[in-house]
Design a protein. Sequence first.
Lengths: 144, 212
Amino acid sequence: MPNKKTVWFMIALSFLGFLDATYLTVKHYAGTALVCNIFSGCDVVTTSKYSEILGQPIALLGAIYYLSMFFFLLYYLDSQKAKVLSLAAYVTVTGFIASMTLMYIQGFVLKALCEYCVFSALTSTILFLCGATILWKSKRLRDD
Amino acid sequence: MWAGAVLIVLIAVFGIYKAATYDSTAGLTVSAISSTDWTKGTPGKPVLIEYSDFQCPACAAYYPVVKQVVSEYSGRIQFSYRHFPLYELHKNALESSYAAQASGKQGKFWEMHDKLFERQKDWSDLDDPKPTFEQYAKELGLNVDTFKKDSASTEVRDAVAQSRASGEAADVGGTPSFFFNGKRLQNPPGLEAFRAALDYYLSQSPVQTTSK
């Protein structure tokens, strides 16, 4: 299996992303103040009107995304179906676009950053890069 | 493998849940309202205390919410604003606290409090915010010379330092931090949540507390 290492790396990243998003989700429902250590303005971000979509916290969507990715990639390792992996790789684009949108809102609309959100943007970006590498490799294999 | 993966996820969720809801301040109380506090509302009613910093963006975001609930609940609670200038992060936090405290000596604490939050963006990045604060004092009809003298006075500086010290004693780690009847309130996200929190705590404390 050519991509095994990359896939394990993505599984680990998805797990970290899931922990981060779950933390934000629980904080959102509990209504407790976030402890900001690096940037100022965590509260501004996580209590802003952009923190929810259809009444649900965006962090919850993130948690579902990362958890799905986690199990999906495990399913690929189990089943070894190439289609499963390329589908997962395509889905990382969604996570990447969502994260970039949220980073834009933080940086340019709210002008406040939340480190948990920045971490999530980082994990989804690396996931996307891994996904792109996998797709690129499989295309090259097909072309060869 | 699947059982292991599910188990790991469940353990992680449980751990995160515990970490996110862990309240290290549970049981800690905050000092009662005294004659040196700036208060609004009705004396003798349950007390809402806010520890805040005029230069903190989250505090400015909370400002309209707090102002609204305090006006709505003014007959049922007493509200107090306490300085918790995060001077480690915000260079003009102390000076803005002094400005509010000095305005209070001329009976316009709340007016300056409102102005500082409403115009936070105008003075946050200034290297010397004093002329701006003096301009605000002028706009509020204060005696500017007295304001300047008071802002620099030991009395005003000590009052701000004591306010912050009382917050530190109650383990205030960030701003804004709210206490209802001496107990830490988890920051309600937004106006509706704030009303709901106050309704809940007021229903839990039908007995009026003493204000001293």
